[in-house]
Ligand binder design. Structure first.
Ligand code: NAD
Ligand code: FES
Length: 289
């Protein structure tokens, strides 16, 4: 069991949970993720490790409550516990050793960008973070990223920082020159737009993909993506890939595969029929004499 040690509401539907997971806190690297299962019968949810505190033995998970399972997860309070956490999973982020990196975070994707910016900063790389939200209340991790370098905040409605999408600010930074690499994490249209933007500048661009995942071990095929015409599994080959090679159409299409079921589950949960904690594994039969 993994007790929750702290819970903070970061934006209207994004919650930060600090959770005890000592071994993972000690060995995790930027870009890696975990798969959590809240209780018996619960869905397995892949979540990036947004931060870790090895001394306390905690990891930070940032959850956007969009469906039944994520809403159940963020309903947990400090003192309650997550049944199991598998990880760290996936490849660590490809880091440059020196130079200037631009980290672009869209909405909740900003939490995924944070450990990448941390890792780059620790290596002495200059980090410029460009983060965005629909409006001021949707901007997250600004303070944490300011400790690591320059931050440009963008809001769609202009209520805070620079008005417009993160791509507008990214274009200006690229125009100014001197960018060695770009990392982009957020909604699929945003990552596609950043990759399209950097391509003519010839700037390497890493994106973190979030396809449907089940086992997280490369066996189920659920997280299949196409990278430069090759099939890859985001859980074991990623989750980060060269943004210029990603088939974003396929990613978007596969992300919609279970939309109808997700909506049904959400509606049932709204009506009070959430089953997490009620579904128990079949008891192991007692050994026969
Ligand atoms: P959102 O829709 O509020 O967008 C956040 C920001 O991204 C916007 O403020 C804007 O700056 C930028 N953006 C959005 N659409 C854009 C476009 N077409 N062109 C350029 N910039 C654009 O984001 P949200 O609601 O916080 O994020 C939700 C999505 O992010 C979900 O689909 C979720 O699956 C995805 N997500 C992805 C990852 C990942 O690892 N890639 C991680 C977490 C969440
Ligand atoms: Fe099953 Fe990646 S989640 S293969």
């Amino acid at each position: 069991m993994h007790p929750i040690t702290a819970k903070i509401q970061l934006s209207p539907n994004v919650t930060r949970l600090d959770v005890e997971a000592r071994r993972i806190a000690e060995i995790r690297q930027p870009g890696q993720f975990v798969i959590v299962r809240r209780g018996n019968g619960a869905e397995r949810i892949p979540l990036t490790i947004a931060d870790a505190d090895p001394a306390r033995g905690t990891i930070t998970l940032v959850i956007q409550a969009v469906g039944k399972s994520t809403r159940e997860l963020v309903a947990l309070e400090p003192g309650e516990a997550i049944l199991d956490i598998s990880g760290p999973l996936g490849h660590p982020t490809e880091m440059i050793a020196a130079g200037r990196a631009v980290c672009v975070g869209g909405g909740v994707g900003t939490a995924v960008v944070h450990p990448i910016a941390q890792g780059l900063h620790q290596r002495g790389v200059e980090v410029i973070s460009i983060i965005g939200g629909r409006s001021r209340e949707w901007v997250i991790f600004e303070e944490e990223l300011r400790r690591l370098g320059q931050v440009v905040v963008c809001t769609d409605d202009g209520s805070y920082g620079r008005p417009g999408f993160v791509t507008d600010a990214t274009r200006d930074v690229l125009e100014a020159g001197g960018v060695d690499i770009v990392y982009a994490v957020g909604p699929v249209p945003m990552m596609r737009a950043v990759a399209d933007l950097t391509r003519p500048y010839g700037v390497r661009t890493i994106v973190s993909l979030n396809p449907v995942m089940v086992d997280g071990t490369g066996m189920c095929g659920g997280c299949r993506v196409d990278i430069g015409g090759h099939t890859k599994f985001a859980c074991v080959d990623g989750p980060e890939f060269d943004g210029h090679l990603v088939d974003f159409d396929l990613l978007a299409e596969r992300l919609g595969t279970y939309r109808e079921f997700e909506q049904q589950a959400k509606t049932a949960c709204d009506a009070g029929s959430c089953r997490v904690g009620l579904v128990r594994p079949a008891p192991t039969p007692a050994p026969q004499p």
